[in-house]
Design a protein around this ligand. Structure first.
Ligand code: HEC
Ligand code: HEC
Ligand code: HEC
Ligand code: HEC
Ligand code: HEC
Ligand code: HEC
Ligand code: HEC
Ligand code: HEC
Length: 386
């Protein structure tokens, strides 16, 4: 008892020191906790219990790693936790439940849960937070406390800036998305769709483009006579491919029609399997009109352009990092972001065409060259003015 009294007396005398140590302790405790929160949010941590390869249940980390979202730095809790501080904490509590369940349920029960994710596991508002301006602004109006310290990408997402910097359209107002002419708002409202109804291949599940196209054309056939394009009206949906064939569409890059399109060859002259449901031609298609050696030309075009696209994808990450770095140092980057966004738009046109230049090799090459030049300009100028 006496020693406790002494301690209090000592503390009273050294109250400044005690307060200081107290604050230090709380800060250190907070710091360690934040580190733990960070660590347990990383995909490597999730990997411990979701370790399989490929697609589907248990392979969620691997499938994410190879997805467009994974590549763009959108991580698990950016989708599996609502935006804002409360959303983050709820997601972490969900993680505690995961751990408890891991210890208490059987392998079969776990698989059963993972095979049947709840319909609203990732609600549409989550997707719209990043992919539309309205969804982002409405949410931000409702939820004021977005973050205390930076824990993840999501809480910093402010539109239109975020999607513009990523070169993404506003899916509720733009009708040119991912290379396709498609009106999200109209289809969402008229048919009460959820994002998952069409984007069933998103992140964790495999899906082919043929599956996706079939979904559209099946319903459109049922609605024959409305304004819905039928299967033979390729170019009403395939805007990027149509533009590539014609040699238009990229910003500030002049083009000519493709070798074949310019000579009167149309979509279904090459896409000969459409009536049988085989949409994608192969190098063998070339020999329908040329001699067999043209299959080789196809392979050359395709592998050359593919390599260039891969290089630019790497370069793009560097450019974006350099821009963000310059922003942090409060430099005037407005003109460079604009140039970068233009380059990104052009880059995405070639990527979204999806043929690595087969539709129009010269135009694809010209566009990629201009993208490279723009990227280089941003990098060089940011380097110099510094
Ligand atoms: C200690 C093991 C463990 C770790 C670590 C773990 N999970 Fe899980 N997870 C589970 C188990 C077990 C289930 C199935 C039971 C359940 O729903 O909690 C599950 C289910 C899920 C579900 C589906 C929930 C539902 O209701 O359908 C999601 C989403 C999920 N985990 C995401 C994550 C993310 C993201 C991480 C990393 C931040 C992670 N998990 C880390 C064990 C774990
Ligand atoms: C772009 C958003 C997005 C990202 C990023 C994302 N997920 Fe998912 N995740 C979903 C959606 C949507 C579902 C709902 C089921 C479906 O459509 O596959 C889902 C389902 C799941 C499930 C339930 C079981 C299953 O396989 O469907 C688990 C577990 C899971 N995700 C874990 C993760 C982990 C771990 C990461 C990070 C490595 C991650 N997710 C990253 C969107 C995302
Ligand atoms: C944190 C912000 C964020 C969230 C949340 C998010 N996305 Fe994305 N999404 C992105 C970014 C960034 C890209 C660009 C990837 C690239 O560079 O091509 C992208 C790309 C896409 C693409 C095109 C690439 C592909 O995989 O087909 C689709 C479709 C998409 N998102 C749908 C969704 C859906 C559906 C949800 C909700 C389940 C969702 N996103 C949630 C940021 C987000
Ligand atoms: C009726 C089907 C359908 C529904 C429902 C749907 N989408 Fe899409 N979405 C598409 C199609 C088609 C594309 C273009 C795909 C392509 O060509 O790659 C697309 C493209 C996208 C892209 C890529 C944009 C780009 O330029 O890269 C994003 C992001 C996206 N959708 C988000 C969403 C979100 C978020 C929802 C839910 C609010 C949603 N979609 C609901 C059919 C749909
Ligand atoms: C549930 C049925 C249904 C599905 C599924 C569907 N659509 Fe439609 N779509 C319609 C109907 C009906 C119209 C005609 C609306 C009108 O003219 O008022 C239409 C119109 C269109 C139009 C012409 C309108 C415009 O904006 O120019 C395009 C393009 C289109 N759809 C693309 C798609 C694509 C791409 C998909 C697949 C991702 C798809 N649709 C899936 C029913 C559907
Ligand atoms: C109603 C809209 C619509 C029409 C009309 C349409 N498509 Fe598609 N098509 C799509 C969508 C959506 C996809 C999936 C794109 C994606 O996910 O990137 C697709 C995918 C494809 C693919 C890729 C298939 C694969 O599995 O790799 C080819 C090739 C294709 N379409 C060719 C055509 C041709 C040729 C025509 C005309 C004969 C045509 N499409 C008509 C909407 C349409
Ligand atoms: C000279 C022949 C030729 C013509 C003309 C042509 N295509 Fe293609 N298209 C191809 C080949 C070959 C591929 C497959 C490329 C590959 O697999 O790398 C392809 C692939 C595609 C794809 C799939 C892209 C993806 O994302 O995977 C679509 C969609 C498409 N074409 C639409 C069209 C449309 C629409 C037209 C008419 C405006 C058209 N094509 C004209 C030869 C042609
Ligand atoms: C429907 C018939 C048709 C198909 C299929 C077709 N082409 Fe052509 N191609 C033509 C026509 C017509 C011309 C222009 C006339 C000419 O110069 O021979 C042409 C011109 C060319 C030329 C430039 C002139 C030459 O003869 O060298 C190349 C290169 C070429 N095509 C490559 C391809 C490749 C690669 C494929 C497969 C992806 C392909 N073509 C598929 C009809 C076709």
């Amino acid at each position: 008892m006496a020693s406790l009294k002494n301690l209090f007396a000592w503390c009273k005398r050294h109250y400044l020191l005690v307060t200081f140590l107290g604050v230090l302790f709380i800060a250190a405790f907070g710091f360690v906790n934040i580190q733990i929160l960070h660590m347990t949010s990383e995909p490597e941590f999730c990997h411990m219990c979701h370790p399989a390869q490929g697609f589907g249940p248990l392979a969620e980390v691997d499938s994410w790693e190879h997805s467009a979202h994974g590549e763009a730095g959108v991580s698990c809790l950016d989708c599996h936790g609502r935006p804002g501080v409360v959303g983050y904490i709820k997601a972490k509590l969900g993680g505690l439940k995961d751990t408890y369940m891991q210890l208490t349920i059987s392998k079969e029960e776990k698989l059963e849960i993972l095979e049947n994710p709840k319909k609203d596991l990732v609600p549409d508002l989550q997707c719209l937070f990043c992919h539309s301006d309205k969804g982002n602004q409405d949410y931000r109006k409702r939820v004021k406390l977005m973050k205390i310290v930076r824990m993840r990408l999501l809480d910093d997402v402010k539109n239109p800036e975020f999607r513009k910097h990523k070169g993404l359209p506003d899916i509720l107002t733009d009708t040119f998305v991912g290379g396709t002419h498609f009106d999200h708002s109209m289809h969402l409202e008229a048919f009460d769709f959820k994002c998952r109804d069409c984007h069933f291949g998103l992140v964790h599940n495999p899906s082919t483009k043929t599956d996706r196209m079939n979904m559209c054309v099946t319903c459109h056939k049922e609605n024959e006579g409305s304004g819905a394009p039928l299967v033979t009206e390729c170019q009403r949906c395939h805007e990027a491919q149509f533009d590539m064939n014609k040699g238009v569409g990229a910003k500030d890059v002049a083009g000519e029609p493709g070798l074949m399109w310019g000579n009167g060859v149309v979509c279904q002259d090459c896409h000969t399997g459409v009536s049988k449901g085989i949409y994608r031609p192969t190098s063998e298609t070339c020999s329908n009109c040329h001699d067999d050696s043209y299959g080789e030309i196809f392979n050359e075009w395709s592998s050359e352009t593919k390599a260039e696209i891969a290089d630019l994808r790497e370069m793009r990450i560097n450019v974006e990092d350099a821009l963000k770095e310059a922003d942090k140092k409060k430099r005037d980057t407005k003109a460079y972001w604009t140039l970068y966004e233009k380059a990104l738009y052009n880059f995405r046109l070639v990527r979204n065409d999806g043929t690595n230049g087969v539709h129009n090799r010269d135009y694809a090459q010209a566009i990629l060259a201009s993208v490279k030049k723009d990227f280089q300009t941003v990098l060089n100028d940011l380097d110099q003015t510094w």
